[in-house]
Design a binder for this molecule. Structure first.
Ligand SMILES: [Zn+2]
Length: 447
């Protein structure tokens, strides 16, 4: 421990909590364009409040590009270390599910309740006040440390994309917007459509979102009895409902597609078996079926740091056109072009055309990378946990918005995850622990 740092960290606990409560009182849910601000007046207010808090702590601050982002910087030097967090929150949902007003924070049993306490206002302020404790301890920073405040992480990341267009990019950094110890690998996230003219005469639709395994698909066409027979033979569960048959599946996140049962895939397999087909039905039945890895198209597509490619048909729509909506998680070392090429060829054989919908490049730093080594060393020394290993994930954190950036805290490995849920709350002792970890991390990264 640096001399005096423990006392300075302790002295920042109450100010950090007070500042967090101020931020939690601002209902910074995205309201696009409202009041002339990019993401609404409340998001803007949260951004200004964060900059005010940082300025009071001695940071140089900047309100960026009409409220798309802001940043707060300390230290001197050529190199820039970035710490990337966000001030927008997801909507509270049903208010009756909350025991307290989501935007009037209360402390109960050492926990601070309020929307944003875990995601991401709490972790962001823990890191900010950690830097303040270092300043008070007389540490000189040999690199500049810049806190970058995002404002639409929960929606489309336009904030950070603007930042990247207009501002200096950090050479390395971390994002306190996930969990400890750290996430060093996140698969590439490709969302796409396969589209073609519908020449089948069939009309049907299934699935609600692209990034979830659909748990049901309803068929109300003419061949219901034949479909039921086929489902029986295949051993696929279904229920009869007014006017049709509902093929049953099991929901899962697309990143964990193998944990689900894809009701669209099962419906397509059964329909194809009774001769009810179309471009999309035939593609799904022949090329994918129930394989969450789509190995018929991609072979065994996997790597050591991040595991197998995952392939989820999230939606099917047979209208004027046929369209499949697909979420594909690509191993970190596999070039996206390779995947697109194989898929394009496979789809073309059925008269379907590939169209990209969204792409988030993978995040990957090898385990022997300086950042990983440094942050793991700090976490093990100050996190009270020697067992947890660096995490590889199919999900997407804010960290992948920047080069050489990893997701680092602030949830502790066994901490209850309440982000995006009613009664979101942060365990204050864990936030204080995170402050200590962040202080040492910032110290090490600025040597
Ligand atoms: Zn977040």
């Amino acid at each position: 421990m640096l001399p005096g740092l423990a006392q300075h960290l302790e002295a920042q606990r109450e100010p950090m909590k007070a500042a967090l409560m101020d931020l939690l009182r601002i209902p910074s849910v995205c309201a696009e364009g409202a009041g002339g601000f990019p993401f609404g007046g409340a998001v803007d207010q949260a951004l200004r409040k964060a900059l005010e808090i940082a300025a009071d702590l001695g940071f140089r601050t900047r309100y960026g590009d009409g409220g798309y982002y802001g940043f707060a910087e300390i230290g001197e030097g050529q190199e820039l270390v970035g710490i990337l967090g966000h001030l927008d929150v997801v909507p509270p949902g049903e208010l009756e599910d909350w025991t307290h007003d989501p935007f009037d924070p209360v402390e109960i049993d050492g926990m601070l309740y309020g929307r944003g306490a875990q995601d991401d206002k709490g972790p962001l302020l823990a890191a900010l006040f950690a830097a303040k404790a270092l300043l008070d301890a007389g540490v000189t920073f040999n690199k500049r440390v810049r806190f970058i405040f995002g404002t639409d992480e929960e929606t489309l990341w336009r904030c950070i994309n603007r930042y990247k267009e207009r501002e200096e990019l950090p050479g390395m950094g971390f994002s306190p917007d996930a969990r400890f110890p750290l996430i060093y690998a996140e698969k590439g996230l490709l969302q796409l459509h396969l589209k073609g003219r519908n020449e089948s005469g069939l009309r049907m639709a299934g699935g609600t979102v692209i990034n979830a395994v659909p748990d049901a698909m309803f068929y109300d066409g003419k061949r219901q009895e034949a479909l039921a027979d086929a489902l029986d033979v295949l051993g696929f569960a279904y229920t009869r409902r007014a006017g049709g048959i509902e093929v049953r599946g099991k929901a899962a996140h697309a990143k964990d597609a193998e944990a689900g049962i894809n009701a669209i895939a099962r419906t397509c397999v059964a329909l194809q078996a009774i001769g009810v087909s179309s471009k999309a039905i035939a593609f799904v039945a022949h090329e994918v079926a129930e394989d969450p890895y789509a190995a018929r198209i991609f072979g065994v597509c996997a790597d050591e740091p991040s595991g197998r490619l995952k392939f989820n048909v999230g939606k099917i729509d047979l209208g004027e056109a046929e369209q499949l909506s697909i979420d594909c998680r690509i191993p970190v070392s596999v070039p996206k072009e390779e995947v697109v090429e194989k898929l394009t060829v496979a789809a073309a054989a059925y008269g379907l055309e590939y169209r990209q919908f969204d792409w988030l490049a993978p995040l990957y730093l090898p385990l022997d990378h300086f950042m990983i080594q440094t942050l793991m060393k700090v976490y093990r020394a100050h996190g009270g946990d020697m067992a947890s290993q660096p995490i590889s994930s199919g999900g997407a954190t804010y960290a992948r918005a920047m080069q050489n950036c990893v997701a680092f805290g602030a949830l502790m490995p066994k901490e209850l995850v309440t982000e995006h849920q009613p009664n979101e709350r942060a365990v204050l002792a864990n936030l204080y622990r995170a402050m200590e970890i962040y202080a040492h991390a910032i110290y090490e990264l600025t040597r």
